[in-house]
Design a protein around this ligand. Structure first.
Ligand code: ATP
Ligand code: MG
Length: 452
């Protein structure tokens, strides 16, 4: 949706609330993004009006989080989150406040927010003429927490006492990493120290929420920085110990001049672009996850025999732990399972190569292989060969209509049974090799090889 529409819709909501005598502003991530000259993903309004008032004032509303003071207001295609000024009560579970207390003070409301750059308010009526001009927009900002200075300096700083803020809500540990990576900001030293001390508490956050944060880190275009920060804050060993184990696992220098498995993995993450698919991103992260467990110094060189199979097993455990869907799991595991096959492409029989191309979303296999090469020797011969063949091969060649079916075998007098699979596979092999092309040739092959 056009960003201007979203802004206009939020502006209209603020105007309406003010006409009724309620204080209201744009708040949180959208203010931060506007001031950074980035396009906000969504707009949030903070107001002194209670959810009951907001629900009555606008024709199309959704009381999704009215209990926590949040109402969604729809206007055409734009949906704005309207939240009542509030201060959160105690957090006994480290996830959500036990109670919320509405307040009439915007200043109190921003104190409950996580980081100073997320605690800014903006008066959209004063901002409307300066959209797209971050410098001018600053004049419409209201800053109770030092967020403007931290935006300028590039700093992620907890609002208030960092340790208390992370103890209230441990998801903030991952949010700090994500924002620092996304904006390439530094984490303020006291905030960082509190994160390191409290990292083990991330275990109280649901795995789905951890997964969603990690997926965002992997697919926002600065995955390497995010994972370096996860490591620096000790969060990596808590949420993905299998990846932390890659550190210090040496590789044969003739194939991996870049260094250990961790360095190699970081070099893949560095290549993930903003908007990368989650399966490709997790596949890149996990493709060598079997290496630490299979490391061995053989007489000739360092070897990781069986790392693909071990990697698939570890990957399956990680996908299960993070409750990936079956489809996501299938693709991530396929990426791990097939990543070494590119080494053989030039020697593959035509039938094997075509069956390789039948993998779901083969473009992701190609993309992973390219990243894998660029993070090591840099030799793209196999990638070039495979991507050219793949691009040149029409779908009907990769998966041609079968020349014979089980029904025709029965009609020809063959007894149905387990042998059918073998027969049909042999026919398909010959077809993929180009040795046969017609049903008659196929039946001739069947009679010759399987009798009857
Ligand atoms: P994104 O661009 O990823 O959406 P965001 O800052 O908009 O980033 P949201 O999760 O959309 O993040 O939340 C909107 C705002 O609500 C934040 O900017 C912050 O002020 C506040 N907020 C969100 N989650 C938390 C939290 N766990 N603790 C404290 N404040 C939070
Ligand atoms: Mg947001």
């Amino acid at each position: 949706m056009a960003p201007v529409l979203q802004f206009d819709s939020a502006l209209h909501i603020v105007q309406t609330l003010r006409e009724k005598g309620y204080e209201s502003y744009l708040a949180g991530g959208c203010v931060r993004d506007l001031l950074l000259g980035r396009e906000p993903a969504d707009y949030d309004v903070a107001t002194s009006a209670t959810p009951g008032v907001v629900l009555k004032l606008f024709p199309r509303t959704f009381a999704v989080g009215a209990h926590f003071g949040v109402v969604l207001v729809a206007d055409g295609e734009a949906v704005t989150e309207v939240a009542t000024f509030r201060s959160d009560g105690a957090y006994s579970d480290g996830r959500r406040p036990d109670s919320v207390r509405y307040t009439l003070s915007a200043e109190e409301d921003v104190q409950r927010r996580d980081f100073t750059i997320n605690g800014l308010l903006l008066d959209p009526l004063r901002a409307a003429d300066s959209l797209g001009n971050p410098k001018a927009l600053r004049r419409a900002a209201i800053d109770h927490v030092g967020g403007l200075a931290d935006l300028d300096a590039g700093v992620i700083r907890a609002i208030g006492a960092p340790a208390r803020r992370f103890e209230e809500d441990q998801l903030r540990l991952l949010r700090a990493v994500r924002f620092a990576a996304r904006f390439n900001f530094a984490i303020e030293p006291q905030t960082l120290a509190a994160m390191r001390a409290l990292a083990p508490k991330i275990a109280t956050v649901s795995r789905e929420r951890v997964r969603d944060e990690l997926t965002k880190m992997l697919t926002e275009g600065r995955a390497r920085r995010a994972f370096e920060l996860l490591d620096a804050t000790r969060l990596l060993a808590e949420v993905l110990p299998e990846i932390a184990r890659m550190k210090g696992v040496e590789q044969p220098p003739q194939f991996h001049p870049e260094g250990d498995v961790w360095t190699h993995t970081l070099m893949l993450l560095e290549q993930l672009e903003a908007g990368a698919s989650m399966t490709l991103a997790w596949g890149a992260l996990l493709h060598d996850v079997g290496k630490p467990a299979t490391f061995r110094i053989a007489p000739d060189r360092i070897r990781f025999d069986g790392h693909v199979e071990v990697g698939v097993a570890i990957g399956a455990e990680i996908c299960r732990r993070f409750r990936f869907s079956n489809e996501e799991t299938h693709q991530v595991l396929a990426l791990i399972e097939n990543h070494m096959r590119f080494g053989d492409v030039e020697r593959m029989k035509a039938s094997t190569l075509k069956r390789f191309f039948r993998l779901d979303r083969f473009d992701e296999h190609l993309a992973l292989h390219k990243m894998d090469c660029l993070a090591a020797s840099g030799n793209l011969d196999n990638w070039n060969f495979t991507s050219e063949r793949f691009a040149a091969m029409p779908k009907e060649t990769v998966r041609p209509a079968p020349l014979v079916t089980g029904r025709e075998l029965i009609a020809a007098g063959y007894e149905p049974g387990p042998r059918f699979r073998e027969i049909l596979r042999a026919v398909e092999d010959a077809q993929l090799e180009g040795a046969i092309a017609t049903p008659e040739e196929a039946m001739a092959l069947v009679r010759e090889r399987f009798g009857g």
